[in-house]
Design a protein around this ligand. Structure first.
Ligand SMILES: C[S@@+](CC[C@H](N)C(=O)[O-])C[C@H]1O[C@@H](n2cnc3c(N)ncnc32)[C@H](O)[C@@H]1O
Length: 265
């Protein structure tokens, strides 16, 4: 309690502890709550269980167990992704967006608000996150132009053959595909792009930055041997998929976060 008090999160009132204004603001902030939950559970759990992870070689199930928490936490990158989406929509307004791993639907909303004649499909493998996206898109007037499908993106592509898009977004999701499967996934998505279509990957990339190293270790410890992308390898995979990647742009000062825009040849 003294420690909370020293951070002015709680205070003494008539001899009893109560939550201070600062603590209440923190409790009411959805992103801060997600950060506390995530860092006190799976982010630090990795190091508590590290010996076992190293001995057994992976096997953590955070992605499956904490899908909705991961989706909520990834909103801390929204301001950077929003700025990139605004830039891209201003450059060329899309008609139809596919958001792969759309989580809570914030990027679908941002694009539809910036492009009033566009429509969008958000594909989300986690049913709880997909439900949050549907709920949040009901507010305002973009809901009738957005569809949220709760399924794996590969299954979506199989079940909706012939459907095409001019903007395919993979924001903070490419690292959920094992590295050996990424070129195939990117090819399947590139095949759904219209003539003037583009595919955009936003991702934390592998670097010497401490967060990048932590995140990469967290991914490598998961069941399925995931890992952060190296920028050159990612650009190579986009080329293998038949796309022409532009130079990766760092979109958050000091953070290992990039956007790579890849056009059809
Ligand atoms: C880290 S979150 C990022 C969400 C959002 N794109 C963003 O940038 O805030 C990744 C999301 O992708 C979803 N996902 C992972 N693999 C997927 C797949 N193969 N098909 C559809 N969704 C997937 C996860 O369930 C999760 O909600």
């Amino acid at each position: 309690m003294q420690s909370f008090a020293s951070h002015r999160l709680v205070e003494k009132h008539r001899g009893r502890w109560r939550i201070a204004n600062r603590g209440r603001r923190l409790l009411n902030d959805e992103l801060t709550r997600a950060a506390y939950e995530a860092f006190s559970t799976y982010h630090t759990g990795l190091y508590r269980d590290l010996e076992e992870v190293l001995a057994c070689g992976g096997g953590r199930m955070d992605v499956k167990k904490d899908g909705d928490l991961i989706a909520r936490l990834s909103r801390f990158m929204d301001e950077f992704v929003f700025a990139e989406l605004d830039r891209l929509v201003a450059e060329r307004s899309p008609r139809r967006l596919l958001d792969v791993g759309c989580a809570t639907g914030t990027h679908v909303r941002r694009v539809l608000e910036a492009a009033p004649s566009a429509s969008a499909v958000g594909v989300e493998a986690d049913p709880a996150a997909a439900a949050l996206a549907r709920l949040s898109l009901e507010v305002g007037d973009v809901g009738d132009r957005a569809e949220i499908v709760d399924t794996d993106v590969e299954r979506f592509l199989r079940e909706r053959p012939g459907e095409t898009f001019d903007f395919v977004l993979l924001a903070n999701v490419i690292y959920y595909a094992p590295i050996r499967d990424r070129a195939v996934l990117l090819r399947a998505l590139a095949d759904r792009l219209n003539e003037d279509g583009r595919l955009v990957v936003v991702t934390t990339f592998l670097s010497d930055d401490a967060f990048s190293r932590h995140f990469d270790l967290l991914l490598r410890s998961q069941d399925g041997a995931l890992e952060l992308p190296d920028t050159d390898v990612l650009c190579g995979q986009l080329r293998e998929a038949g796309l022409v990647p532009r130079a990766p742009r760092r979109i958050a000062a000091g953070q290992p976060l990039i956007a790579v825009v890849a056009d059809r040849r």
